[in-house]
Design a binder for this molecule. Structure first.
Ligand code: AR6
Length: 172
């Protein structure tokens, strides 16, 4: 699995799957979630509504997959990150689960290229450096013969610089 770093808007990336930093309702919100639903269109919301109707809410750390609607990607994998100022001591584990469960779901759907945003580091206020370490470590530990490329898509320069430093230091 090749790891790549980009500073970009994830809605513009042409990969098999982009990951959305959603909330438990799966029905949209602000940040990257808002951008994905705005640009991807109604089809994504419809698919999320169907999942809600059959499976209920999506818990932190879990992931579900839908069409990518009008986006250049084929699928959107919606995962729910932990809110930094809420809940117990399992936030790091929950964030790692977001990456792991998204990769598992990707693998089950024959996804070869996948792009992740910096889950939980916006509205959910997870410390950026800790989040970057968890993201890189979890993805790097995930062994897959099917997934060929994982792209970390940073929106802000601060996250990009953190990832750049960590990836260089770890020589990944
Ligand atoms: N492309 C890539 N990354 C982006 C984009 C974009 N278009 N827009 C923002 N980011 P956030 P969270 C980055 O707040 O912290 C929503 O309301 C952003 O700079 O989108 O997990 C949901 O519905 C940050 O680094 O997600 C939830 O309620 C990262 O994406 C809540 O926000 C995540 O920021 C989830 O909060």
């Amino acid at each position: 699995m090749k790891l790549k770093l980009l500073q970009s808007d994830i809605t513009a990336i042409k990969v098999d799957a982009i990951v959305n930093a959603a909330n438990t309702s799966l029905l949209g919100g602000g940040g990257v979630d808002g951008a994905i639903h705005r640009k991807g269109g109604y089809e994504i919301l419809e698919a999320c509504r169907k999942i809600r109707a059959t499976q209920g809410k999506c818990n932190p750390g879990e992931a579900v997959i839908t069409t990518a609607g009008n986006l250049p990607a084929k699928y959107v994998i919606h995962t729910v990150g932990p809110v930094w100022n809420q809940g117990g001591k399992d936030k790091e584990e929950l964030l790692a689960n977001c990456y792991m469960n998204s990769l598992r779901l990707a693998q089950e759907n024959a996804v070869k290229t996948i792009a992740f945003p910096n889950i939980s580091t916006g509205i959910y206020k997870f410390p950026k450096e800790l989040a970057a370490k968890i993201a890189i470590e979890t993805v790097n530990d995930f062994k897959s013969d099917e997934i060929e490329e994982v792209i970390f898509v940073c929106f802000d320069k601060e996250n990009y610089n953190l990832y750049d430093k960590l990836l260089r230091t770890w020589k990944i």
